[in-house]
Write a protein that binds this ligand. Structure first.
Ligand code: NAD
Length: 365
């Protein structure tokens, strides 16, 4: 018998090549009259052009960096309050979108973003409209209620409905300029979302379907997008894979690979996607069960072993770090402890305590 479940997905999604050119109409549809654009350096010139062209764009914050800092959120909040914004448009990878989401959630409240980050104030009831425009194909942040932000060295994942975007504009043309290595990192992040949503202890049938299609799309398109960034068919399929990956984990949440990604990113400075991918093939082997074998066959593979091998091959192709020796000097005790105590570890279908995690990492020596 199918177990009972609740499925909800509140984001209006516009998908397709060229969709971003419809921004003005979409802003009108949602009554957004005074917007702040949040982006990284790569999009800064286009953001300035948009501000010159569209009356609705009142300010731009283009200082978002990888692993976005609270300081960028504080600056966005300051701008939003100054121009009396009603919407924040996050354009970029997960870093820009998460900055936009957090700033929009707190701008109408009292005090500064740090108060909310520390949990010292409840999030205000009213927030600005969040419009998310991904330019990488990876995080799926455009359809999740998650914002991942850093306060100096501490990186925190905050899961709260206040971060749910109202609109996502997924235009694959925006990802044409992503460099090859970032294409691989982000593409494997999409794969990790799909697999972890699928094997999460909280998985459910609708999310499962999106996970399977996301994994199939990544397997058939990531290598092509990596080798030829101008292959718009591959870019488009990867944009869809990332969107479906986001939807696949939005409700079930992620598990062991993401739990391990935090210490790997914080202590060994791996970008988010590379950090998730570091353990992903090991975890395919550890989590292999009848359901995962079903997924492997549904995406055209022989079995879970072949799925693990395909992930390893993609990592090798892009020269991603795959062994502990690639990380420099590793404090194994701290690594296995930090992975084991991460709350997402409880979501993994196979219980992984410090001893089992040590065994997994020993095999990666
Ligand atoms: P990113 O946003 O950090 O971007 C990576 C790099 O690519 C940056 O230098 C950026 O400027 C550049 N870039 C982005 N788009 C580009 C383009 N079109 N052309 C050229 N360069 C471009 O990377 P990401 O992997 O998209 O996001 C990672 C962040 O998202 C991490 O902080 C991670 O923890 C978070 N994340 C959030 C969620 C969520 O649901 N909120 C999910 C997964 C990950």
């Amino acid at each position: 018998m199918v177990e009972s479940f609740i499925y909800t997905q509140p984001v209006k999604i516009y998908f397709g090549a060229g969709k971003f050119s419809e921004l003005a109409g979409i802003l009108r549809e949602f009554g957004a009259e005074r917007c702040v654009i949040v982006c990284g350096r790569h999009f800064a010139p286009k953001a300035e052009k948009l501000m010159a062209e569209l009356n609705e764009v009142c300010a731009v914050f283009s200082g978002v960096e990888e692993n976005p800092q609270l300081s960028g959120i504080e600056e966005t909040v300051r701008l939003a309050r100054e121009v009396k914004a009603d919407a924040v448009i996050g354009i970029g990878g997960g870093s820009a979108i998460d900055t936009a989401k957090f700033a929009a959630a707190v701008a109408l409240g009292e005090g500064c973003a740090l108060d909310y980050y520390k949990g010292e104030r409840p999030f205000p009831e009213k927030r600005l409209t969040i419009i998310a425009v991904p330019t990488t194909a990876g995080t799926g942040s455009e359809v999740t209620q998650v914002s991942v932000v850093s306060n100096v060295k501490e990186k925190k994942t905050i899961n709260n409905p206040v971060f749910m975007p109202r609109v996502a504009i997924v235009d694959p043309e925006l990802s044409a300029t992503v460099p090859p290595r970032t294409t691989m990192n982000t593409g494997l992040d999409a794969m990790a979302h799909a697999l972890e949503g699928y094997w999460s202890r909280n998985h459910q049938p609708i999310s499962d379907l999106m996970a399977i299609e996301s994994v199939r799309l990544v397997l058939n398109n990531l290598e092509k997008a990596y080798l030829d960034g101008g292959d718009m068919d591959a870019r488009s399929n990867m944009a869809l894979a990332a969107l479906l990956g986001g939807l696949a984990f939005a409700l079930p949440k992620t598990a062991a690979s993401h739990a391990c990604s935090y210490p790997l990113a914080e202590d060994y400075h791996l970008p988010h996607g590379e950090a998730c991918a570091f353990t992903l093939d090991s975890l395919v082997r550890i989590n292999a069960d009848a359901r995962l074998e079903y997924l492997a066959r549904a995406v055209g593979l022989r079995d879970c072993e072949e799925l693990a091998e395909r992930i390893a091959t993609l990592k090798e192709l892009a020269g991603l770090r795959r062994r502990l020796s690639d990380l420099g000097e590793v404090d194994m005790d701290k690594l296995v402890h930090d992975c084991a105590v991460h709350p997402l570890m409880n979501n993994n279908p196979v219980k992984l305590d410090e001893a089992k995690l040590r065994e997994m990492f020993e095999n990666l020596k």
